[in-house]
Design a protein around this ligand. Structure first.
Ligand code: PAF
Length: 283
C-alpha cells in the first residue's frame, strides 16, 4: 500500500494510473476503522482495479467540538487493517493540507430539507462540513466509483445530492453498501469503542427496536407503534434525539402508512454520552 500525505503527489500518481486505464475505487473515512470500513474496501477491490482509502478526521463536520476532541485516532492500527484488506493507496492528509486557508470560510451547499430533517436538525452545519470535505476529496481523487456505508443513510442521500450539484454524478458511480452488524445486531461504528461494557451490551437494543418496528409495521396510523418503541428505549436508559419511520426517498416522517410507500426507520440516541445512529429499511 502506498501512503500519500500531499495532495499534489496523490493527484500525479492517480493521473498516471488513469492513463494506464486503471479504474479507481474510493472509500472515504475518518479512520478508527472496523469491519464495516473494510467491507467497503473489499467491495471496491472487487469492482475496480485500484482502491484508495482516505483517513481524515474532518473538523468542519463536527457541530460539537467535544465530539471532535474525543474522536478516536488509531492510525497505526488502521494502516495494519487496510494492509490486511489489500487496500492499494492510503491518503492521510493533515488539516493544513486539506484547509490551507483555515477552516473558517466554508462554501455553502444547497441541501434543501436535508439540513432541517433528522441529523440535519440535531447536528446543525454537520452536512455542510461533510459536503465541503467530500467535494474536495472527490476533486482530489477523481474516482470512477465511490463506496459509502448505508449505516449513514442520510449522509448517503446528502452526498448523492452533492454529486448531482457538482457534476460528479456523471463521472462517479455511487455504491451504497450494506450496514455491517455485530452478532447482537449493533451496527458497526467507530463510536462503539467509546461505550463501557454495560452500555455496549445495552446498545443492542437499538437494532432490536428497529427490528420491532419492521416486524410490527402495519397500514394506518403508526403513532402508537412508534410510541411503544421509543418508550422501550427510554426505559432502558437511552436519551433519544429521534426515532422515526420516514419515506425512504425523501426522509419525510410518515405517521400513517398506505401499505405501498417505501419506508425506512431511523434512530439517533445517546447511551452514556455516546451518540449512536442506525437505520433499517422496513419494506
Ligand atoms: O462517514 C464518514 O466517515 C465521514 O462523514 C466522511 C464521509 C468520510 C466525510 O468526512
Amino acid at each position: 500500500m502506498i501512503l500519500f500525505k500531499k495532495t499534489n503527489d496523490l493527484i500525479k500518481h492517480l493521473d498516471n494510473q488513469r492513463i494506464l486505464g486503471k479504474k479507481i475505487g474510493f472509500v472515504p473515512t475518518m479512520g478508527a476503522l472496523h469491519e464495516g470500513h473494510l467491507s467497503l474496501v473489499r467491495l471496491s477491490k472487487a469492482a475496480t482495479d485500484l482502491t484508495i482509502c482516505s483517513i481524515f478526521v474532518n473538523p468542519t463536520q463536527f457541530n460539537d467540538p467535544a465530539d471532535f476532541e474525543k474522536y478516536p485516532i488509531t492510525t497505526d492500527k488502521d494502516i495494519a487493517l487496510l494492509l490486511t484488506a489489500g487496500c492499494d493507496l492510503l491518503f492521510l492528509p493533515a488539516v493544513s493540507e486539506m484547509y490551507p486557508e483555515g477552516i473558517m470560510g466554508k462554501p455553502e451547499y444547497d441541501l434543501g430539507d436535508m439540513e432541517t430533517l433528522l441529523e440535519g436538525k440535531f447536528r446543525p452545519g454537520h452536512f455542510q462540513g461533510v459536503c465541503q470535505v467530500v467535494h474536495q476529496l472527490l476533486a482530489q481523487v477523481n474516482p470512477h466509483d465511490l463506496f459509502l456505508g448505508q449505516k449513514d443513510y442520510q449522509q448517503c442521500m446528502v452526498i448523492d445530492r452533492l454529486m448531482q450539484q457538482t457534476g460528479f454524478k456523471e463521472t462517479v458511480k455511487l455504491h451504497i453498501c450494506p450496514t455491517l452488524r455485530e452478532t447482537d445486531g449493533l451496527a458497526m461504528s467507530s463510536r462503539n469503542r467509546r461505550l463501557n461494557d454495560s452500555d455496549r451490551k445495552k446498545a443492542a437494543s437499538i437494532f432490536r427496536t428497529l427490528s420491532y418496528l419492521k416486524q410490527q409495521l402495519h397500514t394506518g396510523s403508526l403513532d402508537a407503534l412508534l410510541q411503544t418503541a421509543s418508550d422501550q428505549l427510554e426505559q432502558e436508559g437511552f436519551r433519544t434525539d429521534y426515532l422515526v419511520v420516514a419515506d425512504a426517498a425523501s426522509l419525510q416522517p410518515v405517521s400513517t402508512w398506505d401499505g405501498s410507500q417505501k419506508l425506512v426507520a431511523l434512530v439517533a440516541t445517546f447511551l452514556g454520552g455516546v451518540r449512536l445512529i442506525d437505520n433499517l429499511p422496513l419494506n
